[in-house]
Design a protein around this ligand. Structure first.
Ligand SMILES: NC(=O)c1ccc[n+]([C@@H]2O[C@H](COP(=O)([O-])OP(=O)(O)OC[C@H]3O[C@@H](n4cnc5c(N)ncnc54)[C@H](O)[C@@H]3O)[C@@H](O)[C@H]2O)c1
Length: 348
């Protein structure tokens, strides 16, 4: 019977209380939330009361000084990922960290250094890698169904879906939709392409729609409403080149005057696919074109992600979303901003 792990959550905001804590409530046989911390202590107190967490604190340092935990689950705003991660690594704690890795590549590299020096495990919580369709795709890919995936297109485009609060403040978030939702689309697509080595990127970012006043729409509302700053991009158009002539096109928007669309298309030498539902475009045994939709039981992505990390810690395995991948994706995202600033293709 593997040991039941003890976790401390840092940041008692929206993602912690609507996704991570409900997932932990379903995983009480393998992991226990023993403490929570937030720089706004009332938020930590409220979450502790609501979810029956035994103790709450005002910082990661205070939490680690008072409670024995196996790992720290980072759910703070993005610019706080680095200091919290570095403090946890220095204290010898393993780390699960919400996406994106960091607000800047420099912060991401400092996190990688601290994690390596401490010899702790780190997993980036890129939740869409843990969806049932993505898991099924990987199984079929390993069986050779798709051959070599050499090109991909991904779109994560919201018509009016800009999150509120700190998300639009570059200092706290690091960037706009590229870091917030682009990271999901780009990370997942790159992972499903079997992580080809990035070579270069050509991108443009747009700042044209910004702080719109459109009525009757739903937006992600973080607990922290920030300082009312809006200095991030609102959309981006991206083209990546990878080693071996492989490519990825990405269209990312928080706000655009066009249809809302979320899609990923993968093109392989033997077959290709789209998602929602997973549909495989290939040929049947007689050589005719065939579209097939395997039966897939849906899962809770957050539960799957946390279960995977706990299993990796218990078995000493490397997670499927390790630090190495988080840093490569952060380099790709950083390349988007550099390319857009220079209006030309840049190396990654
Ligand atoms: N996986 C997903 O689909 C998904 C969805 C939304 C948000 N997120 C990520 O989750 C993270 C949090 O987003 P949110 O919407 O919950 O924001 P939020 O504002 O609701 O919560 C963040 C909390 O972190 C606290 N905090 C900030 N710095 C801290 C520090 N140093 N120590 C302790 N607490 C600190 C804030 O006081 C706040 O309560 C972000 O990284 C975001 O990108 C992921």
């Amino acid at each position: 019977m593997p040991k039941k792990l003890r976790v401390g959550i840092i940041g008692a905001g929206n993602i912690a209380t609507t996704a991570h804590l409900p997932a932990y409530q379903k995983l009480t046989d393998i992991v226990e939330v023993v403490a929570i911390a937030d720089i706004v202590p009332e938020r930590a107190k409220d979450a502790a009361e609501k979810f029956g967490i035994p103790s709450y604190f005002a910082s990661v340092e205070e939490l680690m000084a008072n409670v024995d935990v196996d790992y720290i689950d980072i759910c703070t705003w993005t610019a706080a990922h680095a200091p919290v991660c570095i403090a946890a690594a220095k204290a010898g704690k393993h780390i699960l960290c919400e996406k994106p890795l960091a607000a800047t590549l420099e912060q991401g590299l400092a996190m990688e250094k601290a994690v390596k020096e401490a010899g702790v495990q780190f997993m980036i919580a890129v939740v869409t890698r843990y969806g049932a369709q993505q898991i099924k795709f990987r199984e079929l890919y390993e069986e050779g169904v798709f051959g070599e995936i050499y090109a991909a297109k991904t779109m994560y485009v919201r018509r009016r879906g800009t999150p509120q609060g700190w998300f639009t403040d570059k200092e706290m978030a690091g960037g706009g939709p590229v870091l917030d939702i682009g990271v999901h689309a780009i990370d997942r697509t790159w992972y499903l392409m079997d992580r080809p080595k990035p070579v270069s990127v050509s991108a443009e970012t747009s700042y044209r729609i910004g702080d719109f006043k459109t009525k009757g729409i739903e937006r992600w509302k973080p607990f922290d409403m920030g300082k009312g700053v809006f200095d991030t991009e609102d959309s981006a158009t991206v083209f990546f080149r990878f080693e071996g002539g492989k490519t990825m096109m990405a269209e990312i928007a928080w706000a655009i005057n066009g249809p809302q669309i979320a899609t990923t298309q993968l093109f392989g030498s033997k077959a290709g696919c789209t998602f929602d539902p997973l549909t495989i475009y290939g040929e049947d045994e007689e050589g005719y074109l065939s579209d097939t939709t395997p039966e897939i039981t849906p899962n809770n992505h957050f539960e799957e992600e946390i279960r995977h990390f706990v299993e990796c810690l218990n078995e000493g395995k490397t997670p499927i979303s390790p630090m190495e991948d988080a840093v490569t994706v952060q380099r790709m995202l950083d390349g988007i901003y550099r390319s857009a600033a220079e209006h030309k293709e840049v190396t990654i």
